[in-house]
Design a protein around this ligand. Structure first.
Ligand code: CA
Length: 257
């Protein structure tokens, strides 16, 4: 289990706490998820990122680690010169290109890729980018809402009225994603949603290893733990109690002041 805890603050004025856990789960023997969190220690932004890798051998791990490295570096080097939206579009495009490039050079890694969901925060303004089925949620006044729409074949069928929500939840192909970074010809450009972070709000970024096996009501309760580290840990524990069939990542971002 991998844990991080950071604060992002100007004492007395504005404070954000971020904690993340990235766990192998119970059924798998290695972890293809990767997470990153950064505080606003004078850099002008804070961020959180969850990537969920796929591909044979260790390719999924390579893809998600590459994506995290490329994205963090690009944001850090270009934050002052770009708008948040441009930064997110560019960093996803770069990560996509880098993963494809590596896959071409290594036959074992052919077809590797990863999903990504990322939050870039500048004070109380959030930009949330995602490609694939890793998700963002927010609670405000204790009520949970989804802030991302999965890029999956099943979600597209649901949007087009070809399935009911119940059929979609049970669909045998519900894990098939329609966008990701890498994976050759797949679409990679993210959707970017803007949101605000009010005092008391929580945002969760997670991989499908969490969202597939936990109910919204459960997430809504667990995210409200007094301590963000505890919230992230409890969410991952809940997925493991439900069998932990996949790697599990949870990053919780909370504005406490
Ligand atoms: Ca997964």
């Amino acid at each position: 289990m991998y844990k991080l805890f950071k604060r992002s603050h100007q004492p007395g004025l504005f404070e954000v706490q971020i904690a993340g856990v990235c766990d192998t789960g119970i059924a798998r023997d290695h972890n293809e998820d990767a997470i990153a969190i950064q505080e606003d220690d004078g850099r002008g932004y804070y961020l959180a990122l969850v990537c969920d890798g796929m591909g044979g051998h260790n390719a999924g791990e390579i893809a998600s680690a590459l994506a995290v490295g490329v994205i963090l570096e690009h944001v850090e080097e270009n934050f002052r010169q770009r708008s948040p939206r441009e930064l997110l579009l560019e960093s996803f495009a770069l990560a996509n290109a880098r993963i494809d490039q590596q896959a071409e050079q290594n036959p074992d890694a052919r077809g590797m890729g990863c999903t990504a969901v990322m939050l870039l925060g500048v004070k109380d303004k959030l930009w949330i980018a995602h490609a694939g089925d890793s998700r963002g949620y927010r609670t405000r006044n204790g009520t949970l809402e989804r802030i991302t729409v999965d890029h999956t074949m099943v979600q597209e069928m649901l949007d087009n009225g070809l399935l009911t929500a119940e059929q979609a939840a049970m669909h045998p192909y519900r894990g098939r994603i329609s966008r990701c970074l890498g994976h050759a010809k797949n679409r990679s450009e993210p959707d970017i949603d803007e949101a605000t972070l009010d005092k008391g709000d929580n945002v969760l970024l997670c991989s499908d290893g969490l969202s597939d096996v936990t109910k919204d009501e459960e997430i809504q309760v667990l995210i409200g733990q007094r301590d963000v580290r505890m919230a992230a840990r409890r969410l991952v524990e809940a997925a493991n109690k439900a069998g932990g069939p996949d790697n599990i990542s949870a990053v919780v971002i909370r504005r406490v002041m």
